[in-house]
Ligand binder design. Sequence first.
Ligand code: ADP
Length: 258
Amino acid sequence: MVSNLQEQMKVQKMNIEERMSKIGKKVAIGSGKGGVGKSVVTSLIASYLAKQGKTVGILDLDITGPSIPMMFGTNEKPIGGSSGIMPVVTERGIKIMSMSLLLPNNEDAVIWRGPMISGAVSQFLADIIWDELDYLLFDLPPGTSDVQLTLMQSIKLDGFLVVTSPQILAATIVKKAISMAEELNVKILGVVENMSYALCPDCGKIINVFGNGEVNKMGVPIVGKIPIDPKISKLCDEGKIEEYEIDLGGIYDILEGL
Ligand code: ADP
């Protein structure tokens, strides 16, 4: 029994190595706190990379609160076979995989304890057939728990991007996510400040809705700023996030330099 389990784990580890060897750059995107727009930022970065001609995948590791498929407007069921599971492909060719695509009904709740969640992460890493990709982005759940630990201990990430909003609370909690990545020797690429500002629709003036400067105090460079824009939430709701136009050249350069 024990040796059988050991054998299974050995095979899983080999599969993870084999799958990940085909991926150019593996980047995790996380936050300390939920609702700061981490999945939006992941989707926008993936879309920007795809527009620059890169092949991109997103693994939605927010097992209990997945939202990536909704933002891309897909609920297609992935095709699986003995060699693994094929990711779903979006309009612009981004490959995505998420727990919500595997549930019979995407409104079903995943109510699992930590070990089950860690097991799901390992299975995702071992079983998804990404083939060759320039980038695989990992959309992490908020916090510093089982998913983050399993991911960072199972594969060698090329970097970690932290998403926050400018509020003091969000910025304070982000420090924990950064400490975790540092502890596990994952390179911090910088902070993406979401909901950074709003543009007045009448005069174009920048309004710092959530204040200004808290993120600067974190000692990690801000590599991108994304405004609060009603178009973003509308496109998320319509499943058309790929259509949002934004210049993320700063983040692109950092990722290309990895
Ligand atoms: P998280 O992954 O951090 O929990 P999401 O990325 O799922 O958060 O964002 C939650 C919702 O907030 C989105 O569905 C979207 O409607 C809204 N949202 C996030 N960022 C923005 C933004 N910059 N402008 C407008 N709405 C946003």
